[in-house]
Design a binder for this molecule. Structure first.
Ligand code: NAP
Length: 246
């Protein structure tokens, strides 16, 4: 159980982040539901948690903004006095072939997916070190392991997340703070709903378990890595991908 724990989940207004927020709350954590643009949806997540008897708050912050992340994480620490679980889930895609990719599309994806995780870890880790306890979970992707045509920006950001995870794991381990990554395969969310049918069919043929995953599958892995049972696991990349990247 996660009773008494304070959890921050970035990009929790929709998709995988939403499922993680609901799962951590169902285990007893008070959850800060971060969002960027979807305030209504973040409020719905908060409401859903509260209806089930849990504790939640919403907080707007563009994770790609270093100073806003400082204000966001500082305000959580001020209000709750602790941060036990940090899930860096916020992420975007701006797909396109490398030769045609704009500098803006490259920067936007790396700034959100990779720098966003650095930004929150930068400010939350000091508190976790003080507590001598903490769980950081970063959302990578199988694409960060295998690469993918048309996703140079996204694959680079997710491979970067894996490096960031391992470096942070080594830096923070001596004070009982674990840092792990989850690498989802193809999960049914707004992000993958946007893919053309042909691409979806071709992708399913590459998945040994023969179907897309659900956000709840990723949330279950996150809840495990956030738990006391996972105290001896750090610097790892857990693939939740139906066997895709093995
Ligand atoms: P999604 O349905 O598109 O949701 C993305 C979430 O990220 C939203 O809550 C969005 O908030 C938030 N977000 C985007 N930019 C943000 C920013 N600058 N600051 C704060 N929040 C921001 O995506 P998803 O499929 O659930 O993906 C979640 C994570 O899993 C991402 O890191 C993604 O790369 C990773 N992933 C997904 C899959 C998949 O198949 N779906 C596979 C591998 C990895 P607002 O709506 O409020 O802007």
């Amino acid at each position: 159980m996660l009773t008494g724990k304070i959890a921050v989940v970035t990009g929790a207004s929709r998709g995988i982040g939403r499922a993680i927020a609901l799962k951590l709350a169902s285990k007893g954590a008070a959850v800060i539901v971060n969002y960027n643009g979807s305030e209504e949806k973040a409020l719905e997540v908060k409401h859903e948690i509260e209806v089930q008897g849990g504790r939640a708050a919403i907080s707007q912050c563009d994770v790609s903004d270093f100073e806003k992340c400082e204000a966001f994480i500082t305000s959580v620490i001020k209000e709750y006095g602790q941060i036990d679980i940090l899930v860096n889930n916020a992420g975007i895609t701006r797909d396109g072939l490398l030769m045609k990719m704009s500098e803006e599309d490259f920067d936007k994806v790396v700034d959100t997916n990779l720098k966003g995780a650095f930004n929150t870890i930068r400010f939350a880790s000091r508190q976790m070190l003080k507590q001598r306890k903490g769980r950081i979970i970063n959302m990578a992707s199988v694409v960060g392991v295998t690469g993918n045509a048309g996703q140079a920006n996204y694959a680079a950001s997710k491979a970067g997340i894996i490096g960031l995870t391992k470096a942070a794991a080594r830096e923070l381990a001596s004070r009982g703070v674990t840092v792990n990554a989850i690498a989802p395969g193809f999960i049914e969310t707004d992000m993958t709903n946007a893919l053309p049918e042909k691409v979806k069919e071709a992708t399913i043929s590459q998945i040994p378990l023969g179907k897309f995953g659900k956000a709840e599958h990723v949330a279950a892995a996150a809840a495990f890595l956030a738990s006391e049972e996972a105290e001896y696991i750090t610097g790892q990349v857990l693939c939740v991908d139906g066997g895709m990247a093995m």
